[in-house]
Ligand binder design. Structure first.
Ligand SMILES: [Zn+2]
Length: 281
């Protein structure tokens, strides 16, 4: 079975603060033509463009940073996750600051906006990236591991293990026929209260707050007043993130991706390993 490429039925605009920079940003996701892919355009830098592709990854500390020449785009993973999972192949994303808005810390605002805008079928086949054989990517200084295997369906299977009383071992899984908008998109980013000081000192999470992130006060519980969206919301968020990082391959992956303790560094390293393997064949 083949599938056509799709773009959005109409533009969607989002305004908010960047999680790390704290800067206010207005971002518009606009329909684009066949084989355009996902491209960011920095309006504040005279329209300089950064393609969403794995070769442009230039930083992975607490978010994925893309660079093309002097232009950078930060924290791309939640938008790209929603685009890939909701079937948006082609879009031009304009923004007037470096970092995408964190919104409520999840991808739900994107998923809901895309559902409302609707998808437009385009007159060209969608390309899929087939995993040709078993590939394993391991963390250099961690026990993180991502296994990529051939399969006729797309499955992302994530396990996290924070060795914490509040957040222990959790698993979450998404396959391409799964309900991303309801089951994955609403899951928020998270961090430990004990990390907040160090992250702030490193110039990160300037826009972080309890309305856009789950904060874990070990061993007492979550600092947030509202209930978790799911008991395994944190694992589901890591699932959301890895889908967004693998979207940097420029087309949906067909195969099984099993990730143990994933993060942006190993996610993008694994995607690059797959991209290089395909290139060398
Ligand atoms: Zn995230």
């Amino acid at each position: 079975m083949t599938t056509k490429q799709h773009t959005l039925g109409k533009s969607c605009t989002f305004t908010g603060k960047g999680l790390h920079t704290g800067a206010t940003v207005t971002m518009t996701v606009m329909p684009a033509g066949v084989d355009h892919g996902i491209v960011f355009q920095r309006e504040d830098l005279g329209g300089k463009r950064v393609r969403a592709c794995i070769a442009n990854v230039s930083g992975t500390r607490r978010s994925t940073l893309l660079r093309s020449g002097e232009a950078t785009v930060r924290t791309t993973e939640h938008l790209l996750s929603a685009m890939l999972a909701m079937g948006v192949d082609n879009a031009l994303v304009t923004l007037d600051s470096e970092e995408l808005p964190i919104l409520d810390g999840s991808a739900a605002p994107y998923a809901q906006a895309f559902l409302q805008a609707g998808l437009l079928e385009q007159p060209s086949e969608r390309r899929y990236i087939e995993i040709p054989r078993r590939l394993v990517c391991r963390g250099l200084f961690s026990s993180s591991r991502i296994v990529m295997e051939p399969s006729s369906e797309t499955v992302f299977d994530v396990t996290i293990d924070f060795k914490s009383k509040v957040l222990g071992v959790q698993n979450a899984l998404w396959s391409e026929d799964g309900d991303y908008a309801e089951q994955v998109a609403p899951c928020r980013t998270f961090c430990f209260l004990s990390e907040v000081k160090a992250l702030r000192a490193a110039g990160l999470i300037k826009g972080g707050a309890l309305d856009n992130a789950l904060v874990i006060d070990e061993p007492n519980g979550y600092c947030n007043n509202d209930a978790l969206k799911f008991p395994n919301e944190c694992a589901r968020h890591k699932l959301l993130d890895i889908i967004g990082d693998f979207a940097l391959l420029g087309a949906p992956v067909r195969g099984r991706i099993t990730a143990y303790k994933p993060g942006h560094k190993i996610n993008t390293k694994a995607a690059l390993l797959l991209a290089r393997h395909l290139k060398e064949r």
